[in-house]
Design a protein around this ligand. Sequence first.
Ligand code: MG
Length: 224
Amino acid sequence: MWWRISVVLLLSVAVAGSCLAQGRPPRGAVVLFDGKDLSKWVSRDGRSAARWEITPDGAMQVKAGTGDIMTRDEFGSFHLHIEFATPHMPEARGQGRGNSGVYLHGLYEIQVLDSYGLASVGSGDCAAIYGIKTPDKNAAKPPGEWQTYDIIFIAPKFDNTGKVIANPRVTVRWNGVLVHDNVEIPRVTAGGIGDRMRPTGPILLQDHGNPVKYRNIWIRPLKE
Ligand code: MG
């Protein structure tokens, strides 16, 4: 009998592992986008409907000029899984090449950009904490290919007067590669929804004018 039990255990571990490997939401996760609609999202004014496009392959795509979108709900500390694909823009350079971004709490941008093949990357390139820290490695895939971010975000802490007593921290796996390991974020980055840290906030996705796609987005709130 023991071998049957071992086989069942091995199978369940394998199934759990492959869920994570394929980015399927684990138990306790909130699905923010399942390929069908933008019902969990609004424009960055917090009121009007999100106007990005749903593509036939089950992604949401930046519709240039319609503006950033953000989740209706706010989150404190969390694990966010998000997949993205940058467009093929061979003529474009630098910040004009497949630019978007994932803003944690609507305030701290993890950059999305086509950085494929760059020998050295800076704090404006893909997976950078924008303007604050370069990713430890360049794990970029070519434009058009799906890439993943798994982001563990620990919210800042405040005393009872509202003063920040611990900055937020972030860990990022980019296509499975650890590129930020529990990094302190000392300030908000440009282009977010405010200039002050807050205990909770939305996930905001940036319209930087390029048709970047996103899919399979889920978030798992973390208790501390
Ligand atoms: Mg950006």
